[in-house]
Design a binder for this molecule. Sequence first.
Ligand code: RFL
Ligand code: PHB
Length: 393
Amino acid sequence: MATTKTQVGIVGAGPAGLLLSHLLHLEGVGSVVLESRSRDYVEHRVRAGVLEHGVTELLADCGVGARMRAEGLVHHGIELRFDRTRHRMPLSDLAGGRAITVYGQQEVVKDLIAARLEAGGAVHFGAECTGIDGSSPSSASIAYRTDGRDEVLECDMIAGCDGFHGVTRSAAPPGAIAALEHTHPFAWLGILASVAPSTDELIYCRHERGFAMHSMRSHEVSRLYLQVGPEEDIEQWPDDRIWEELATRFVTDDGWSLASGPVTEKGITAMKSFVVEPMQWGRVFLAGDSAHIVPPTGAKGMNLAVADVRALAAALVSWYRTGDESLLASYSATCLRRVWRAQEFSTYMTTMLHPLPGDDFGAGLALSRLRYAVSSRAAAESLAENYVDLSSL
Ligand code: RFL
Ligand code: PHB
């Protein structure tokens, strides 16, 4: 069995694993990224779209922000829509001038892969990790399979950046970590469509038939979502039905209309809230979706992944430079503080915007929260501060 060595072994080439590898490289720390999928697959996996203010600054500061700055859409507000009425939330006015950037996660991934490969970094695609050994006090190793061969990567530390369905988390010894979770009784049906967005800013819409959302990827590509049942079958949703349902939910009294176009991609995503505590055992550190999942209504998942690896890179660099373990020891607590804030905000947005069949009391509370958010400066500032930037928490 072939064995190679590096300083930090990273499982997963999503935003968390790639950015960690890049940040370590900038500080002279070596790493190898092992990714089970192909480069083409990870570069075209459509997911998140909203980058927090602090995340865009980090990406720009570490040299991978040029295309994001040129092609990303900077948004200074969002719309909350309910009772057939539109309400603009002026995020930047409410949150000290800060803004969000709409830039697809797969574009961030492309930029990071390009930067790693240009710098001679080791990113192995088609390398599926099968075993993690991080419990020994002096060393760690990752077993993986590539091109039909079993290989081993020996390293000082392991970063589990392999997402919710990865293998790292399940390698924890019994009792080392605890999983806390909540499943929401609905899912999101998402589409990508070749049509100019019908809005300049993201629309979060509550309607009695369910939540609807209008986002975008560019001036020519729209991204839209519909709340559907948790067991919904995508086959039951031909494109015409999706556009009809979107138009029904988005309807307003002021004549706003939704433009439709060819659907280029569609899928259903379950809604989950999930946290692992602590995010570390032995020489293994979890980051991003492997450690926590938030429902997408707060637009926090990728932003949390970035914030985790910023903290992890700083802790690892400090340990390599000085032998000081204090930042590694506090890594989990530092991240979990922000993770729980994001969980609370994501739950607030999700319950406020998604009706549950038969829950009239819940509907009363949710509508009151929406009315409060659009009429009270204090409530609006709180929403804006959480939405625009939790990265500095
Ligand atoms: P990823 O992106 O899942 O990457 C994990 C990588 O690990 C690989 N892997 C393995 N590799 C080797 N061996 C194994 N055994 C492996 N097992 C898995 C996988 O192939 C993959 O490449 O996790 P990461 O890096 O932690 O990033 C997290 C984000 O992807 C996620 O939080 C966001 O996409 C969530 N999210 C959103 N986040 C935002 O910040 N803003 C948004 O607007 C937003 N919208 C969304 C979202 C997620 C959505 N879906 C589809 C879940 C909208 C949606 C619909
Ligand atoms: C997206 O553009 O995919 C998106 C934007 C905001 C969200 C969720 C998804 O809250």
